[in-house]
Ligand binder design. Structure first.
Ligand code: NAD
Length: 525
């Protein structure tokens, strides 16, 4: 049996060994999930949500174990494990318990009395997750899919397998239909090839494209939550002290390994010196281990460091940080760069680490163009005391989410708010009611009380074409006079039709149309 190890990023030591799920076992997991689908989807949504009470109780009972596993495996501080993963997971359960039964009940269609929308779960689905917020991100697909009535096969990140095993145990105890498979790229690939009914993927844009190519083979639909390169725009009238503190928090929380984080900080040149000073003071107050943990891997830290070194070579100013801050583990000192330009890789590429890259702007008109000139489109934040100006700017951001005077992370952990990127940051939604819609098919059911054979059905009559023409003109008519004329034409066409229906009907042994009668009909039209 093939295995992989888990390394504690605080000290670089191996802490656990996990099995790679074999291809047969993956197929078996999907088979079990499929066979349980009828049962789970048949349980009314309110009762399904009741099961989550059991999950909540189990989370409370095993809270310390969950925090400990998550923190030691991913290097999160205890605050980050609780605030960034476990509390959002519990919030999600509470929100779903009240919102899912309401949202998933049959819905009226405006203007339609006899047709209602009923939802049907999409089937047996797969979730491939990431390590940076494994409970928040993976949970945002798992819980929403379960609420919708789907059964799930879950492939967590190989860097968060211990946390996934701990949480999955609670899912199983609560009798929630989630099957866990573990391993890396090969396990994801095989899962994709088995054609689940839908798949949610969270991870890098590069891997996302690879997964999409695999899914295309079977036409498997998907939700893609991918990388970001968010802009934080600080206008000259912003509350500079608060904006600076927020920038530092948003970039240092989870050691800077957050998808929706201000990787490009655009500051009005008139206030950039003050903003930089405030950021520096804030960074100086942080303590390694208490306020920030290590990066997840040595490779990740080397990549972050190389991007910082390159930026300095290209002319950026290193105000603080820029070095690995301990001999053991993968710590990287929070880093502040100023004078960054739009061509530097710290501004163009996904930078998963605690680095604040500040770039100035002189003209507010240029800022929309510069902040949108990236292939990514996950989030953005605008900072200004003038909320209507900020809202105007926010509406021009080509991103999935935007926040004003607040870090975008808060939106990402709010279960009620739909979340998801556009362009290279992915498509589809997690969380909110839109997140539920991803896992169901809304099926219009049209009810006609007494079965009837409409007069419009075949065989078609020539006069009915006149009625349809008149109807089409009526629907196009603008203005009172045009409408009156169209109604008159319609009445005339209906009259012609009625006269036609009074004529004796053709004998049933009428000969089939000859080519000459067909031609004449076409001409009349
Ligand atoms: P990753 O793409 O390396 O891995 C994600 C998942 O894909 C893992 O389960 C991994 O095992 C699997 N995988 C990796 N390579 C694969 C391959 N070639 N074929 C099939 N499967 C493969 O990403 P990561 O390092 O786990 O996560 C970091 C990235 O995720 C960052 O870019 C971050 O921005 C992004 N992210 C996005 C969101 C969001 O909501 N948009 C949330 C969290 C993280």
């Amino acid at each position: 049996m093939s295995r992989f190890v888990s390394i504690d990023p605080v000290n670089g030591e191996t802490t656990a060994v996990y099995p790679v799920t074999s291809q047969n076992e993956i197929a078996e997991a999907l088979c079990h999930a499929r066979s349980y689908y009828d049962h789970w989807s048949g349980i009314p949504v309110a009762q399904r949500m009741k099961r989550l009470d059991v999950l909540k109780a189990l989370i409370a009972e095993h809270l310390d174990e969950l925090v400990e596993t998550l923190a030691s495996e991913t290097g999160k501080t205890v605050q980050d494990a609780l605030g960034g993963d476990i509390i959002p997971l519990i919030d999600a359960i509470n929100w779903l318990q009240s919102a899912a039964p309401r949202h998933l009940r049959p819905q009226h269609i405006p203007g339609q009395r006899s047709t209602r929308l009923h939802c049907r779960p999409i089937g047996t689905v797969a979730v491939i997750g990431t390590w940076n917020y494994p409970f928040l991100t993976d949970g945002s697909s798992l819980l929403w899919a379960l609420a919708a009535g789907c059964t799930v096969v879950w492939k967590p990140s190989e860097f968060a397998t211990g946390s996934a095993i701990a949480l999955h145990r609670l899912f199983r105890e609560a009798e929630l239909p989630v099957w866990l498979v573990t391993g890396g790229a090969d396990v994801s690939t095989h899962l994709c090839n088995l054609a689940p009914d839908k798949l949610a993927f969270t991870g890098s844009s590069t891997t996302g494209r690879h997964i999409l190519a695999l899914l295309a083979e079977n036409g498997t639909p998907s939700v893609m939550e991918l990388s970001g390169k968010d802009a934080m725009i600080v206008l000259h009238d912003a509350d500079i002290a608060i904006a600076a503190k927020s920038a530092v928090w948003a970039r240092v929380v989870n050691a800077g390994q957050t998808c929706v984080a201000p990787q490009r900080i655009f500051v009005d040149a008139r206030i950039s010196a003050r903003f930089t000073d405030e950021c520096l003071a804030c960074i100086k107050s942080l303590q390694q281990g208490r306020d920030f943990g290590p990066l997840r891997s040595d490779l990740q830290r080397a990549l972050v460091n190389s991007m910082v070194v390159r930026a300095v070579q290209q002319g950026a100013t290193l105000v603080t940080g820029g070095y690995c801050s301990s001999d053991t583990g993968y710590f990287y000192q929070p880093t502040l760069l100023t004078g960054c330009t739009d061509e530097m890789s710290v501004i163009t590429d996904d930078l998963f680490g605690p680095v604040l890259a500040i770039t100035e702007f002189n003209n507010e008109d240029e800022i929309t163009l510069r902040s949108n000139s990236t292939e990514y489109g996950l989030g953005a934040s605008i900072w200004s005391r003038d909320v209507s100006r900020a809202t105007n700017l926010a509406r021009q951001m080509r991103t999935g989410v935007v926040s004003i005077n607040r870090e975008t992370q808060f939106m990402a952990s709010n279960p009620a708010i739909k979340f998801g990127g556009c362009r290279a940051s992915g498509f589809g939604s997690v969380r909110g009611t839109a997140g539920l819609d991803e896992w169901v098919v809304w099926q219009p059911v049209a009810v006609t009380r007494r079965a009837s054979f409409g007069r419009h059905l075949m065989p078609y009559r020539r006069e009915s074409v006149g009625i349809l023409r008149a109807f089409a003109r009526l629907k196009c008519s603008n203005g009172m006079q045009a409408r009156i004329n169209a109604v008159r034409a319609l009445v005339a066409a209906m009259h012609a039709w009625q006269v036609g229906t009074r004529k004796p009907s053709a004998p049933s042994n009428m000969p089939a149309a000859t080519p000459s009668t067909l031609t004449s009909t076409r001409k009349e039209r």
